[in-house]
Ligand binder design. Structure first.
Ligand code: ADP
Ligand code: ASP
Ligand code: MG
Length: 402
């Protein structure tokens, strides 16, 4: 018998009406002779609402209490869905991440899955029941505390669970038809991608295509779990993320990320070891530093700029304030008015001139590039936030529509 893990995101489980549609997808899958394990997100934007509630009562809520609070969102969905399935005559029960045996590192708000024993999930499967697992959460073995996996973390729960249970595939149901060549809400001419490699999907997810959490793609690649991104509200076949694809485009997608801030440390002494002194404390504190630029040194002093996620703004500012004093730098500041646009494509490895063409297109559109970074299959440019839409449109037109 085939085992399929199905994950339903926030908009899919937004209210009782959409939960009924979700239940029907689960029943259809089960009726075809499959065993089904379901992973759910919190309803609609309830995770954001819980964060806002916390911020109304505290400027610096304790990370432990934040995880206790946020993990409740997924628990509401899982129990409601189980009740509804039971009501329809399908035996079903729900489990928290901890009850499902999902153990994680201890870092609250950004924990990583270390192991999934899945005992109670397997028991449920053996009894022919539909097991519903709360996404986005686990427990740390040493501290015994509940943890959450970071925004979008239910995707990681689903793919990791599929790997741990030896599922045939992991289906990620969402509010769009699948993975597109650009965010379909931003680019009207974005096209559905039928199949994409783990490597490209990982770059797309890491550079802003939030349809899948990057870590879920990493699990898929590591344990060879096919991931299918599908629509909840239609019958489309979606996008399959796998090892190899039939036709490799030069550029598969254009992504954007406007949820990062650019930080600059001014007038740092230009000496060996200085970069280590700056980025060491940032990484020790779990700051996800992305693009880095070090300016040409003037009078033995240099400016170092980098980008980091918006949600880590206050942590980074505190660290930079301390570093600025310790290193006798001339100060630090931050610029939230930036956005990153990226081209992703495994075919770029064998094709020269893509980067220069990208820079020319941005130049022709009078868009200034503040930072550049590349990987073998990605080119990213940081631009002014006001230029983001024009940048995405012009790059999509030249590289995808042309
Ligand atoms: P869920 O709640 O189902 O997890 P998310 O909001 O996390 O859904 O992800 C789905 C959203 O991702 C879509 O509504 C879409 O706007 C956005 N998105 C960004 N880039 C892409 C892309 N390249 N392809 C598809 N969706 C994308
Ligand atoms: N509810 C969490 C979030 O909004 C996790 C998820 O939906 O994947 O980020
Ligand atoms: Mg998501």
């Amino acid at each position: 018998m085939n085992l399929i893990v199905q994950k339903f995101g926030g908009t899919s489980v937004e209210n009782p009406e959409t939960l009924k549609i979700v239940a029907q997808k689960i029943i259809d899958c089960k009726s075809k002779g499959n065993e089904v394990v379901v992973v759910v997100s919190a309803m609609g934007s309830s995770t954001d609402e819980l964060i806002n509630l916390a911020n109304e009562l505290s400027d610096t809520p304790s990370p432990r209490e934040m995880d206790m609070l946020l993990s409740a969102g997924e628990r509401i969905t899982m129990s409601l869905l189980a009740m509804h399935l039971n009501n329809l005559g399908y035996e079903s029960f729900s489990l928290t991440g901890s009850q499902a045996g999902i153990t994680t590192t201890s870092r609250h708000g950004m924990a990583e899955i270390e192991n999934i024993s899945g005992e109670r999930v397997k028991e449920g499967i053996n009894e022919g029941k539909i097991v519903i697992v709360a996404g986005f959460q686990g427990v740390n073995k040493e501290t015994k505390e509940i943890t959450t996996l970071g925004r979008g973390g239910s995707d990681a729960t689903a793919v990791a669970l599929a790997a741990a249970l030896g599922a045939e595939k992991c289906e990620i149901y969402t509010d769009v038809e699948g993975v597109f060549t650009a965010d379909p809400r931003i680019v009207t001419k974005a096209k559905l991608i039928e199949e994409i490699t783990y490597d490209e999907m990982l770059e797309m997810a890491s550079s802003g295509a939030r349809v899948l959490m990057a870590r879920s793609v990493e699990f898929g690649r590591r344990y060879n779990v096919p991931i299918i991104v599908k629509p909840t509200f239609s019958e489309g076949s979606g996008t399959i993320v796998k090892d190899k694809v039939m036709e490799q485009a030069i550029v598969s997608g254009v992504t954007h990320n406007d949820k990062e801030i650019k930080f600059t440390l001014f007038g740092v002494p230009d000496q060996p070891g200085i970069a280590g002194k700056v980025f060491g404390p940032l990484s020790e504190n779990g700051v996800i530093v992305d693009m880095i630029v070090q300016n040409v040194s003037k009078e033995s002093k240099t400016d170092i700029s980098f980008t980091a996620p918006l949600e880590q703004k206050s942590e980074v500012e505190n660290i930079l304030e301390k570093l600025s004093t310790e290193l006798e730098a001339e100060g630090a500041d931050s610029d939230p008015n930036i956005a990153r646009v990226s081209l992703i494509g495994a075919g770029m490895k064998a094709e020269s001139g893509i980067a220069s063409k990208m820079f020319s297109i941005l130049g022709e559109n009078k868009i200034n590039i503040a930072m550049i970074s590349t990987s073998p299959i990605r080119i990213s440019c940081v631009v002014n936030k006001d230029d983001m839409q024009k940048a995405i449109d012009s790059l999509h037109k030249e590289f995808i529509e042309a």
